[in-house]
Design a protein around this ligand. Structure first.
Ligand SMILES: [Ca+2]
Length: 338
């Protein structure tokens, strides 16, 4: 159908007539993972695991090229018994784009003829989708069933790397919660918790820490209620001047309680100060003697090992102990940059 240049005009005209009577969406919800999805060459989703009633974005991304396109013609197929389109208003700067969708037949489409769009920066088209409240729990594909961006003079033709994206509908939720605590001579009143799923999507939460006179610690708590049940996650807690702590777990229960104590850089024994005693713990560990890092049970506390590892090297060495001693003695050390 693309032997002559006139045809795209006709396609666009038909599309324009066809969309005239269709309802428009109700606005695109911003999400913090759109940038990630737009790095895809082809089709992507801002969320690959959703629950009934959730909204998310389907993104079609055409990577940057030096070619000039005559025609943009895209169609995405989805299961209309599971998803519905909230908004699909693709635009190309300076061009008229005919867009169309059907929540009955399950597709999103756009046609733009003779757009001569400058593809130097690439093109991104976003549809806001909603999971129907009665959607069966399963995995569904959004398929880029038509993806044509070409130029009749240069014969440029886009071949997307990703033509399908799976979105899993699950309706079981799990919560993850825990206390965050640290000892520090100077007040540390804020921390951050980041919950990350196995696909790399993450949500973060700011934690306010208060000083507990009974325990002598700065303490606060985090809680995430939007996790999926039975899935693998990591949680990472960070605080100023402290070694970040990451734990991996599975939401096997409806509530997972994971306390996340953190230590200041170099404070191996966790007393809130960086002293020669911390350097001693490192040296004992390196010598194979029992220490805070590896006790008599022979189990190495990987977090405390990372707390003692203050230099940029790949493993804990005597250099780490030396830096702690230098810092304590008032010499220049890696602590100057913390
Ligand atoms: Ca200490």
């Amino acid at each position: 159908m693309r032997k002559k240049r006139i045809l795209p005009h006709i396609v666009a005209l038909i599309a324009a007539l066809f969309i005239a009577g269709l309802p428009h969406g109700i606005g695109i919800l911003p999400t913090d993972t759109v940038a990630e999805a737009t790095e895809i060459d082809g089709i992507g989703a801002t969320r690959e695991r959703v629950r009934r009633g959730d909204t998310f974005d389907i993104v079609v991304n055409v990577p940057a090229t030096n070619n000039t396109a005559d025609t943009v013609d895209i169609r995405i197929a989805f299961d209309p018994t599971v998803f519905e389109v909230r908004s699909w208003r693709p635009t190309i700067n300076g061009s008229d784009v005919m867009s169309n969708f059907s929540n009955t037949d399950g597709f999103l489409a756009l046609v733009a003829a003779n757009v001569y769009a400058n593809l130097n920066n690439g093109l991104t088209f976003t549809a806001s989708m909603k999971v129907k409240t009665n959607a069966p729990l399963s995995t569904y594909e959004f398929r880029l069933s038509r993806a044509i961006i070409d130029n009749y003079d240069t014969k440029y033709r886009w071949v997307p790397q990703t033509t399908g994206i799976n979105v899993r509908v699950s309706n079981e939720t799990a919560s993850v919660s825990g206390n965050v605590s640290l000892r520090s001579a100077a007040p540390i009143t804020v921390a951050t918790a980041v919950l990350r799923d196995s696909e790399g999507h993450s949500v973060s939460q700011n934690i306010t820490l208060g000083y507990n006179t009974r325990t002598g610690q700065y303490e606060g708590s985090y809680r995430f209620d939007d996790a999926e049940s039975g899935a693998d996650y990591t949680i990472t807690v960070s605080a100023p001047g402290c070694r970040e702590r990451t734990e991996t777990f599975n939401t096997a229960y409806s509530l997972t309680i994971l306390d996340m104590p953190v230590n200041m850089y170099g404070d191996v024994d966790g007393d809130g100060d960086v002293t020669a005693l911390d350097a001693t713990q490192i040296l004992r560990f390196l010598a194979g003697s029992p220490s805070e890092i590896k006790g008599l049970d022979g189990i190495t506390d990987e977090y405390l090992r990372s707390v003692g590892h203050v230099t940029a090297g790949s493993i804990l060495t005597v250099q780490d102990a030396t830096q702690i001693l230098r810092y304590r003695a008032g010499f220049t050390s890696v602590f100057d940059g913390i």
